[in-house]
Design a protein around this ligand. Structure first.
Ligand SMILES: NC(=O)c1ccc[n+]([C@@H]2O[C@H](COP(=O)([O-])OP(=O)(O)OC[C@H]3O[C@@H](n4cnc5c(N)ncnc54)[C@H](O)[C@@H]3O)[C@@H](O)[C@H]2O)c1
Length: 379
């Protein structure tokens, strides 16, 4: 279970939601959503075993006319393969199947759920369309497609966003060598409506349970179909290389005691799955540095992951004490309001590496600092 702002409070207010672990409860349902994990196997092919195990658990209880919606992210062809599986298990059952991919973002899941940009529904008959139109209250965000198209839209969207991130990150490397500031460059680019300002913040790279998994799954799917997605392939490699590059930048400070701020895969979540920050800490540990970690929400998950390999501080300012370098990896908004004078007085050496551009050059001028995508001082 992950931290998600407002979710607990809002769910507790509702009186029309029930939770159950008993599969028999699907018996009277008209519409069923399957939202279980779809990880990649060791060959980066999609693993449908969780969905298949749900089918195993529910096929006996489904009523005629039920609409089964696959909400999990699945590669084109998967929903129809699940349809075949259910037909085989329960040949007498009359059912409809749809692919309704999820586009919410962790960290703003509730907001995204209540106010989606679009609701993609891949259907194969009028009855499914009718049921989903009613379920979503005839929303003007509904967009009906074939099942295969809906499956592809989900992968194409995540993969395209990962391209944007990888592109701006490589551009940040160039800005650092060209006396440019990536913040201003991405702001200027984003003013063009065709480009849009989103997903243009230079960073240590994308992570989490979706982008790396989905971009590699689409890439493997394309290879299987003998289609070369060379741009996606390059962006996956670029993101993977980023960990080594940021690690090298940190080691160039030439210090032993490092305070790291942020380890979740992005701000506003405690999810550390496939977090670049976690990979980076692992890389740093190979270089015999001593790490003390702070994160507003993800510290408990990090403790389970690293155990006693690193130190942890719950208190933000405590984490700077006796440190020779502070590295900000995740743009938590709490960090933006930090008292930099206090931080300066607490550190043994006032070195800062701001990989998420939380602070301005002016605010950092007392420090020896490096900023992502341009900006450094006496360093
Ligand atoms: N996390 C996201 O931001 C996000 C966004 C969009 C789409 N997705 C997609 O949604 C799917 C789920 O991702 P997630 O991050 O929520 O995964 P998750 O691992 O956090 O949660 C999945 C849930 O499925 C349950 N589950 C697993 N196997 C089950 C089974 N056999 N029977 C019943 N329940 C079972 C687990 O208990 C868990 O509650 C994936 O396909 C993912 O790609 C995730």
């Amino acid at each position: 279970m992950f931290y998600e702002k407002k979710l607990n409070e809002e769910l507790l207010k509702q009186n029309n939601i029930q939770f159950s672990c008993d599969f028999k409860n699907v018996k009277n349902q008209d519409i069923i959503f399957i939202c279980v994990p779809t990880p990649n196997d060791k060959n980066n092919q999609i693993d449908l075993s969780y969905i298949k195990s749900v089918i195993d658990s529910i096929y006996k209880y489904l009523k005629n006319g039920v609409l089964l919606c696959i909400k999990s992210t699945v590669i084109p062809g998967s929903t129809l393969s699940i349809k075949k599986l259910l037909q085989k298990k329960n040949p007498k059952l009359k059912f409809h199947i749809a692919c309704v991919p999820e586009f919410l973002k962790e960290g703003s899941a509730l907001e995204d759920f209540l106010n989606p940009d679009r609701i993609i529904c891949g259907v194969e008959d009028e009855r499914s369309k009718e049921l989903l139109t009613k379920l979503y209250n005839n929303s003007d965000k509904l967009f009906f497609t074939s099942i295969n198209d809906a499956e592809m839209i989900k992968y194409a969207s995540n993969s395209f966003l990962s391209l944007k991130v990888a592109f701006i990150n490589e551009l940040a490397n160039l800005c650092e060598k060209s006396n440019c500031d990536i913040n201003l460059v991405s702001l200027g680019m984003g003013l063009d409506k065709r480009i849009a300002p989103y997903f243009l913040n230079a960073s240590i790279g994308y992570g989490g349970s979706c982008f790396p998994k989905d971009s590699t799954a689409l890439n493997s799917f394309a290879k299987k179909k003998k289609v070369n997605l060379s741009i996606l392939n390059a962006s996956i490699k670029s993101n993977q290389n980023r960990v080594k590059l940021i690690c090298k930048n940190i080691l160039e400070f030439n210090v032993k005691n490092i305070a790291i701020f942020g380890c979740s895969f992005k701000a506003n979540t405690d999810d550390i799955r496939y977090s670049q920050a976690i990979l980076l800490i692992e890389e740093l540990l190979k270089n015999n540095v001593k790490i003390t970690l702070h994160d507003p929400k993800a510290l408990n998950n990090a403790k389970k992951y690293f155990a006693n390999k690193i130190a942890y501080k719950q208190d933000f300012y405590e984490c700077f004490k006796n440190q020779e370098l502070a590295v900000f990896l995740v743009p938590w908004s709490d960090y933006k309001n930090a008292n930099l004078d206090k931080i300066h007085s607490l550190m043994q050496k006032p070195n800062i590496y701001d990989t998420c551009n939380l602070f301005t050059k002016e605010n950092l001028n007392k420090f020896y600092y490096k900023k992502m995508g341009g900006g450094y001082n006496q360093w």
